[in-house]
Design a protein. Structure first.
Length: 544
């Protein structure tokens, strides 16, 4: 009988993994909304890959490491960069249509440029790259006879047991997960021979984020509760340029806009990035986000501008159709008016610790994509390295799962699985937390994270935030334990857990590095080797 793999999440990571694993196992993929709803679907800029004749892996590795501020894991970066182009061409074989340019000797991939990249290397589908990637992968998954997709199924918790290994020592092993059918309102246990977390990021820990509503840190929270190690959660990337208009707040204005010549300006029209970095408006995004934060604090303004009015209007409309039309819908023609922008939470560089094969510290559990901390991004992710990382590490995870299942066979069945289904207890189901109440608690926490754990931090404010988030987290856990499990309560519980992990990691880092800037330690500490912030403190699983 074929073995079963449970994949949680239908973004680039989960879908890519599923397609590969379906060649040797039966794959059940659960996703908490519709299959396309993911961060992936909203990715604009593209996928970084060494393809151009004037580019080389060494340049991409160096750019990644410079952005990562001394904390990248070298072997992980090498793996991503060297294998990246093959994964991009595989996507094309599966049907992805990326933008092309030139005609001699024939059209070639059009390669864009983004902040921190020393070469043109961003493969894109205009400014809708994620939609094209997601469309391609969902279509391939739907065609595959070995993959079953369950939409509107939200994973609640991993089911983990301590099992003896051949030498008699005990090892935490994941045997599947509990999953809520969000339409039927019931929790079921899904047994699996291997389980893959591909749940994406945690942007909704903050009040303002580029992320769609699915990004609530579920995978990190589940893995932490199950005993896996989590690292580097302090490195939250704030995207510098999101639209500041009430009609479309936090809509992303791609970094590629700066790559094509967009200029950051104060409200009086003065360009200001020259004072912050030699690459001016094309500086890496942590520097740009901090520069904007500092200019806004200095001027008291609510936004700065990103200006493309000096570019050819036809070019802007053709290269950025999505951005052009979204802004136009909100009442702004970007070809003749500058774009009001502010930073917003965008990407989580930390996550569940994994090794080069995407193995976590828990046996039979893998983590791929934004939920994982492979070490590739270090203290700051280079633009367009995220889709690339997901593609490369999903491939490794699938190969490793095949070897694992061949060597060890099926996982044992958990003891008394019904104990995981306490959530279906009628008494508990009768106790309802209203969506409005869950929303109020969520807002309280997001506001606190935005004001106290944002782009510029201090020990005093971090400690204050930790005190308040601890109280909130305890209250939320209590509420969760005694009420009907819904998507709202699952997400609230996970967000509270993740917020706490972000603050705890931030408090442990006694320096400023990459995305983490603390006014009490404004300098990077190069007096000792750079290290990851790993929680819980007892183990250092996965990071080399
Ligand atoms: P996602 O694509 O977020 O998928 C996560 C999946 O897990 C979703 O299907 C979700 O519904 C599901 N899920 C979550 N929790 C549960 C649960 N409890 N149970 C069941 N299912 C669950 N990166 C780049 O490299 N290039 C770009 O140009 C780029 N642009 C971006 C633009 C925007 C607006 C955003 C938000 C991000 C961008 N990024 C970009 C980052 C990149 O899109 C993401 O890091 C990447 O897509 C993450 O892929 P993933 O598969 O790990 O997660
Ligand atoms: C963007 O298009 O600016 C997003 C790119 C990224 O997050 O990698």
């Amino acid at each position: 009988m074929q073995q079963t793999i449970l994949v949680i999440g239908s973004g680039v990571a989960g879908l890519t993994y599923a397609l590969k694993a379906a060649e040797f196992a039966s794959v059940l993929l659960v996703t908490k909304k519709e299959d396309r709803e993911s961060n992936t679907n909203y990715a604009q800029g593209g996928i970084a890959a060494v393809i151009a004749a004037d580019d080389a892996p060494e340049f991409h590795i160096e750019d990644t490491e410079v952005a990562g501020a001394g904390l990248c894991r070298r072997d992980a970066v090498e793996q991503m960069v060297r294998e990246g182009p093959s994964r991009v061409f595989e996507l094309i074989e599966w049907g992805a249509e990326f933008s092309l340019s030139g005609s001699e000797p024939g059209p070639a991939l059009s390669l864009g440029r983004e902040g921190g990249h020393s070469r043109h290397r961003i493969v894109h589908a205009k400014d809708l790259t994620g939609r094209e990637v997601e469309r391609t992968l969902v279509a391939a998954v739907q065609r595959h006879p070995n993959i079953t997709v369950k939409e509107h199924h939200a994973a609640v918790d991993l089911v983990v047991e301590s099992l003896p290994t051949e030498d008699g020592t005990l090892r935490s092993t994941v045997l599947g997960a509990t999953v809520l059918d969000t339409r039927a309102g019931a929790v079921e246990f899904i047994a699996a021979d291997a389980t893959v977390l591909a749940t994406g990021g945690a942007g909704h820990a903050y009040l303002h984020t580029t992320n769609p509503s699915i990004a609530t840190g579920d995978g990190v929270a589940m893995a932490y509760r199950a005993g896996a190690s989590i690292a580097n959660m302090e490195f939250i990337q704030f995207h510098p340029t999101t639209l500041y208009m009430p009609e479309a707040r936090s809509f992303l204005i791609s970094e590629a806009v700066r790559g094509e010549g967009g200029i950051l300006k104060l409200q009086d029209g003065t360009p200001f990035m020259d004072a912050y970095h030699p690459m001016a408006s094309l500086a890496p995004r942590d520097i740009v986000a901090r520069a904007i934060d500092s200019e806004l604090k200095r001027s008291g303004d609510d936004f700065v501008y990103l200006d493309v009015t000096h570019l050819e209007a036809d070019f802007v409309r053709e290269r950025f159709p999505n951005i052009y039309h979204r802004c136009l819908e909100a009442g702004l023609d970007i070809t003749c008016s500058p774009i009001p922008i502010v930073p917003a939470a965008h990407y989580s560089c930390g996550g569940v610790c994994t090794d080069l094969e995407a193995r976590t510290g828990l046996h039979r559990l893998y983590a791929v994509g934004e939920v994982a901390c492979t070490g590739v991004h270090g203290a700051n992710r280079l633009a367009s390295n995220s889709l690339l990382e997901a593609l490369v590490f999903a491939d490794h995870a699938a190969h490793d799962t095949q070897a694992l299942l061949a060597a060890e066979g099926p996982a044992p069945k958990p003891k008394a699985p019904e104990r995981f289904l306490a959530a279906n207890d009628p008494a508990r189901r009768a106790a309802e937390v209203t969506p409005e109440f869950a929303h109020q608690l969520r807002l309280l926490m997001q506001t606190l994270m935005w004001s106290h754990v944002g782009i510029v931090r201090s020990d005093h404010r971090l400690k204050q935030a930790l005190r308040e988030v601890r109280i909130l987290h305890t209250a939320v856990e209590n509420l969760y334990e005694h009420s009907h499990v819904t998507l709202e309560t699952i997400e609230l519980r996970n967000l509270a857990q993740v917020a706490r992990l972000i603050i705890e990691c931030a408090l442990r880092r006694k320096e400023s590095r990459g995305l983490h800037f603390n006014t009490d330690y404004p300098e990077r500490d190069d007096s000792r080797p750079a290290s990851d912030t790993v929680l819980p403190l007892v183990s250092q699983v996965g990071l080399g």
